[in-house]
Design a protein. Sequence first.
Length: 203
Amino acid sequence: MENTLPIQRLDKAVEELHRLPGIGRKTALRLALFLLTQKEEMVENFGNTLIDFRKNIHYCRCCHNLSDTEICPICASPRRDHSQICVVSDIRDVMAIENTGIFQGLYHVLGGLINPMSGIGPSQLTIAHLTERVRNTPPQEIIMALPATPEGDTTAFYIAKQLKPTGIKLTTIAKGIAIGDDLEYTDEITLGRSLSNRTEFSI
C-alpha cells in the first residue's frame, strides 16, 4: 500500500507505534498526533521512562517475576509465606493473583506453557529452574495456577512428574475458572475462591 503520510517523521512515529500489539494504523496515527500536541517535556519524560524501563527492568533471579532489583520484593519479603510456591504461566498471572489479596506465598513464573504446535517445549520455560529451586529449598506446597487449557494441563502434568520424586504436596486451583480462560481475565472473587479451595493435584 502506498504511503499516504506526507511527513516522514510522522510516518516513522506511526510505524513504530503500529508495532505495539493491538494498535492499528489509525490508532497509531491518533496517538502520534496526540503526542505532537503535548509539551516537549511530557513527551521526553514518556520516552525516557520507556527507555529506562527497557534498560533497567530485571527478571527476579528466584521466581522470574519482573523486578527493579535482582531479587523481587515478593521473594525478598520476610512477611511472605516461603513454604508455598504458586506456579503461574506469566507475569500477568502474578498481578492477577496479587490483586485478590488472598495468596501470601511465593511465585514461580514459567514464561509460557508447553505447546509443541508452537515449538515451545520444557527447555524454553523455567521448569528446570523450578525443579532446582524446589530441591535446594523445599517448600511445603506447590500450587499449580495454570490456565484450564490443553497447554495448561500438559504443563501441569509435566511439572508434576518432575516434582513427584520430591514428595512435596502438589495442589491445583479449584476449577471455578472456566475452561479455556486465562487467569488475567478472571475476576478477583472467582480467582480468590479458586486459590482458597485448591485441591490435590494427581497424576
